[in-house]
Design a protein around this ligand. Structure first.
Ligand code: CP
Ligand code: NVA
Length: 316
């Protein structure tokens, strides 16, 4: 199983691999927008295992796989044997004999790692407590579409040092940009849990305004992630001063973008004025989940495809 390529955390891929994915996503998106069929994954099956709720991740993988000519099967823990105690290892052995690629959304990253270790086919992390690599793949693609290369730029992360934050921090190390992080006291980034190499690609700020100052992108996420609902009331109090508002956007670079992985709680982590305002690219960001994941599925199943010129000339 050692030669199977997985996408379990952002640092599983190198910068040249991301450059390839961004280029393929750009081409796949432009074909989709022009109503040109690109379906290289006929007869291939994606199995999606969800142990947490989802709108975007399910929809983007399912629609994307269908557009590529394959099919997608949705399993949730409630009606699979995983909930009744079948081991992750046995589930991985069985599921990977009947499918070509597996996406998992779950609680502990360790579950995804165990599944991948016993899978014959590529495994994609569709969100764990620790990471959300597909989200940051789409976010960086969205940044590139709007502003060009992210190398050397500064991203301000305001709020919880959660799965999305950890993935931004890994991405900064792989793609060489800076992340300014501001969290409330007690919620700081844990370098080990974030899986960081320890390069100097992030700085922590006590004051969120200092983190946002001069940033090319300001981004945040819910104060309470899935699985942490018991802490909701406490977090509402602790995070009250970590709201992205118009004043914070004013201290960022004049061209700064605003992103949020969604779903959002307007009036908590961000004001309606900002998320519904001119600097926000959240709807592009959501749509790009599908285009970038199509590039990811293509790469994991077919390797480095570079048929853009030929297909553009001759059609599919
Ligand atoms: N951003 C994101 O992953 O959304 P869902 O939880 O709806 O999949
Ligand atoms: N940090 C959020 C992201 C949701 C897409 C969560 O884990 O609930």
């Amino acid at each position: 199983m050692a030669c199977v390529k997985h996408f379990l955390q952002f640092r599983d891929f190198t910068r040249p691999e991301f450059d390839h994915l961004f280029e393929r996503a750009r081409w796949i998106k432009s074909e989709f927008k022009a109503y040109r069929r690109y379906s290289p994954l006929g007869d291939r099956t994606l199995v999606m295992i969800f142990e947490k709720a989802s709108t975007r991740t399910r929809l983007s993988f399912e629609a994307g796989m269908q557009q590529l000519g394959g099919s997608a099967i949705y399993l949730n823990s409630r009606d699979s044997q995983l909930q009744r105690g079948e081991s992750v290892e046995d589930a991985a052995r069985v599921i990977s004999r009947m499918s070509d690629v597996v996406m998992i959304r779950t609680f502990e990253q360790a579950m995804i790692q165990r599944f991948a270790a016993h899978s014959r086919v590529p495994v994609i992390n569709g969100l764990s407590n620790e990471y959300h690599p597909c989200q940051i793949l789409a976010d960086i693609f969205t940044f590139i579409e709007h502003r060009g290369p992210i190398q050397g730029r500064t991203v301000a992360w305001i709020g919880d040092s959660n799965n999305v934050c950890n993935t931004w921090l890994q991405a900064a190390e792989v793609l060489d940009f800076q992340v300014n992080v501001s969290t409330p006291p007690g919620y700081e980034v844990a370098v080990d849990r974030a899986g960081l190499q320890g390069t100097n690609n992030h700085r922590q700020f006590a004051d969120p305004m200092d983190a946002a100052r001069g940033a090319d992108l300001v981004t945040t996420d819910v104060w309470t992630s899935m699985g942490f609902e018991a802490e909701n009331e406490e977090r509402r109090r602790d995070f009250a001063d970590w709201q992205v508002d118009a004043e914070m956007m004013r201290v960022a670079h004049p061209d700064a973008l605003f992103m949020h992985c969604l779903p959002v709680h307007r009036g908590e982590e961000v004001t309606a004025e900002v998320i519904d305002g001119p600097q926000s690219v959240v709807w592009d960001e959501a749509e790009n989940r599908m285009h970038t994941q199509k590039a990811l599925l293509e790469y994991l199943l077919l390797g480095r495809v570079d048929n853009s010129a030929e297909l553009s000339r001759n059609g599919p």
